[in-house]
Design a protein around this ligand. Structure first.
Ligand code: BES
Ligand code: ZN
Ligand code: ZN
Length: 493
């Protein structure tokens, strides 16, 4: 990864500078100009450049201008006193723009956006590292042209204190986790299937000193994991259940993370129509988020006991696939009338939630690209949150706020609960389309054994089909990871 350092004076070798533009009364105003640049000529030259290139103070807008041999990035920050997330977005947009330079690539970038509280610095550092992200493809494969970003070093101009240093370490761990999640989501589904993802989890566990156990299909059958076996039954590439554990000394609470890991969701026998299948390699984004989060917790030595559960399967139609109206017995014995084979996520999550609950954790959080309905309700960038109670919901909302991720609390209504009634099994896996995100949550709640629980629906934000924006690239985004790490950081105290 790129080297990130703190320094209080201009580093000789720097060849690029990022400064901020805030909305002033008379147009965009420069902020964060380093002392060496605040001298009158340099300042005048830059102010003229702002006007000439029509730089804007809107968040995410960037313009690059040459001043001598230095590339200066004018990064919009919005109105005065930007939020941490605006700083993160601006740093992301700036570094993405610099990373894309071909003829005169920038190697050593100085970031000076004008705000340097520890939390601002953390956001800026995170945004910069996230903005530089590029999916490199398989190791050994032909690198996507033009080849990866040239930026090797970033200096944050600030009076370095231990608090600032800790902010940078946190930012590096968070960015590594988000980028690792993006890499997993971006891998093609013929190369990343359940057994491969399980192997990757094992490798990560070894690197980070985590416990790791993997259930193969025979063991799943023996122990009654009927959801995973039904959903994974249509694929030649069988399902897996992965358990990862982080057991630090001095932990006060135990959190279980459960991530949906459908390595490809064709819909199964209820095949998805045309375009809606094209992004379905993202359907393991929840599992990837849990894997990266527990790895980050270990890297940061967070004092909270963690268990991550990754139910992994590929949802395909075939002669051995499960059907709509099948009755399936899930882990723990409950029977489910299968409503639609495209509602596969809740079945594998039910197995994993029910198993996770056996260990009686203090809190369970699942994260899943679960419903198109959640995208209809909240759009493409907001995470849907449903929870066992408002106390848990507030904990997650606070974490999302601290992390700068948009999240919104949705209810689990009586109406949603009613949609689960079945005459042939204990419950049905779905019903009418209306309120589909809530119905899915009501279903999951049945398997939480009344343990405090939150459910994050990331169907919208996990994958960006549009343009890159701020620190968000095209493809896998790593949605939810920042919020989960923020939650665990606050629980670790
Ligand atoms: N993986 C999809 C949800 C999804 C949709 C994720 C779009 C990302 C982008 C999920 O398995 C699914 O297909 N859900 C169905 C449920 C329905 C059949 C009850 C849906 O949302 O249509
Ligand atoms: Zn589906
Ligand atoms: Zn799915």
């Amino acid at each position: 990864m790129v080297k990130l350092v703190l320094a209080n004076s201009w580093p000789r070798a720097a060849d690029a500078l990022v400064v901020g533009l805030v909305e002033g009364a008379d147009g965009p105003e420069l902020v964060g100009l380093p002392p060496a640049w605040a001298k009158r000529e340099a300042r005048r030259e830059l102010s003229q450049a702002v006007e000439l290139v029509q730089a804007e103070a809107t968040v995410g807008q960037v313009k690059i201008v040459p001043v001598g041999s230095t590339r200066v990035v004018l990064a919009g920050l919005g109105p005065q006193r930007p939020t941490s997330e605006r700083l993160r977005q601006a740093a992301g947009a700036a570094l993405r723009a610099l990373g894309a330079l071909r003829r005169q690539p920038a190697k050593h970038v100085v970031l000076s956006l004008g705000w340097d509280r520890p939390e601002d610095l953390k956001a800026i550092a995170e945004g910069a590292l996230l903005g530089l992200y590029r999916y490199a493809g398989q190791p050994g494969a032909q690198a996507p042209a033009p080849s990866g970003p040239s930026v090797q070093k970033i200096t944050l101009l600030v009076e370095a204190s231990p608090l600032h240093q800790r902010s940078v370490e946190l930012a590096q761990a968070v960015a590594e986790a988000v980028c690792a999640t993006r890499d997993l989501v971006n891998q093609p589904p013929n190369q990343l299937y359940p057994a491969v993802l399980a192997e990757i989890a094992q490798k990560v566990a070894t690197q980070r000193g985590l416990g790791c156990q993997v259930w193969e299909p025979a063991a799943l059958a023996e122990q009654g994991y009927g959801g995973l076996l039904a959903v994974g039954g249509g694929s030649q590439r069988g399902p897996r259940l992965v358990q990862l554990t982080w057991r630090p000394r001095g932990a006060k609470s135990h959190v279980a993370l459960i991530g949906k890991g459908i390595t490809f969701d064709s819909g199964g026998v209820n095949l998805k129509p045309r375009e809606s299948m094209s992004t379905m390699r993202c359907d393991m984004a929840g599992a990837a988020a849990c894997l990266s989060t527990i790895a980050a917790a270990a890297r940061l030595d967070l004092k909270v006991k963690l268990t991550a559960w990754l139910p992994l399967a590929e949802n395909l139609p075939s002669g051995s696939a499960y059907r709509p109206s099948d009755v399936i017995q899930l882990y723990g014995g409950a029977t489910v009338e299968n409503y639609n084979t495209d509602a596969e996520g809740r079945l594998v999550l039910a197995d994993a939630l029910r198993r996770a609950a056996e260990d009686k954790p203090d809190l369970m959080v699942d994260i899943a690209t679960l419903t198109g309905a959640c995208m209809v309700a909240l759009g493409l960038s907001t995470i849907g949150l449903m929870a066992s109670d408002d106390v848990v919901a507030d904990q997650l909302m606070d974490a999302a706020e601290a992390a700068g991720e948009p999240m919104w609390h949705l209810p689990i209504t009586e109406e949603a609960e009613r949609a689960l009634r079945s005459t042939v099994a204990d419950l049905r896996s779905g019903g009418p389309r209306e309120g589909g995100a809530l119905v899915a949550a009501a279903f999951l709640r049945r398997f939480t054994e009344s343990i405090p629980w939150a459910h994050l629906d990331i169907a919208g934000p996990a994958f960006n089909e549009g343009e890159p924006q701020g620190h968000t690239p095209v493809g896998g985004t790593g949605a939810g990871v920042r919020s989960l790490i923020a939650l665990l950081t606050s629980l670790a105290g």
